[in-house]
Design a protein around this ligand. Structure first.
Ligand SMILES: Cc1cc2nc3c(=O)[nH]c(=O)nc-3n(C[C@H](O)[C@H](O)[C@H](O)COP(=O)(O)O)c2cc1C
Length: 159
């Protein structure tokens, strides 16, 4: 089974999980990058993120190198932004056709996961969805991982 991992990560939490999947599954991996960068200031980032989510804005993203068609299973990860997936992930999903593709979503969040998984699945008509996962990082305490690593590894093994 050939796995591809595609993810967006602003502050590194989603990247950490994506790398864990890569190591366990010998997956190819690629990070989604926006063309325009987001503000480093956290309050400004929250504000811009909210505005983008509210109007379903699709930021321009850099082209990916992975050939998605060459993977048996795609694992796609996002941070939660305002109870849904990050806008850059929707940009990525809208650029590809996932019909008949096996797709697994995961999200990282700070305690309020919202409907990110359902929203991403809705953006991939015709795909076959696998076992999803929500992973909790406490962003009030230096992004400490709150979900049990055993639970995460158990999920990865199930993919
Ligand atoms: C713009 C923005 C909006 C966020 N909205 C939520 C949210 O609605 N619910 C939540 O639990 N966490 C929210 N968070 C926290 C992130 O989802 C969480 O810290 C995530 O693990 C960050 O992943 P990253 O380090 O890969 O960027 C938000 C963070 C940002 C920057």
């Amino acid at each position: 089974m050939k796995y591809g991992v595609v993810y967006y990560s602003f502050s590194g939490n989603t990247a950490q999980i994506a790398e864990r999947i890569k190591a366990a599954k010998k997956a190819d991996i690629e990070r989604i990058e926006t063309v325009a960068s987001y503000p480093e200031d956290f309050d400004a980032l929250l504000k811009q993120g909210k505005a983008e989510v509210e109007r379903a804005f699709l930021p321009e993203i850099k082209p990916l190198n992975l050939d998605l068609a060459s993977y048996d299973k795609l694992i796609i990860g996002t941070p939660t932004w305002w109870y849904t997936a990050a806008p850059a992930v929707f940009s990525f999903l809208k650029q590809h056709d996932f019909h008949d593709k096996e797709v697994v979503f995961f999200q990282t969040h700070g305690g309020e996961p919202g409907n990110a998984i359902q929203a991403m699945e809705a953006a991939c008509p015709g795909a076959k969805f696998g076992n999803t996962m929500a992973i909790y990082f406490d962003y009030y305490h230096k992004n400490r991982l709150l979900t049990d690593t055993q639970e995460i590894d158990h999920w990865i093994a199930s993919l």
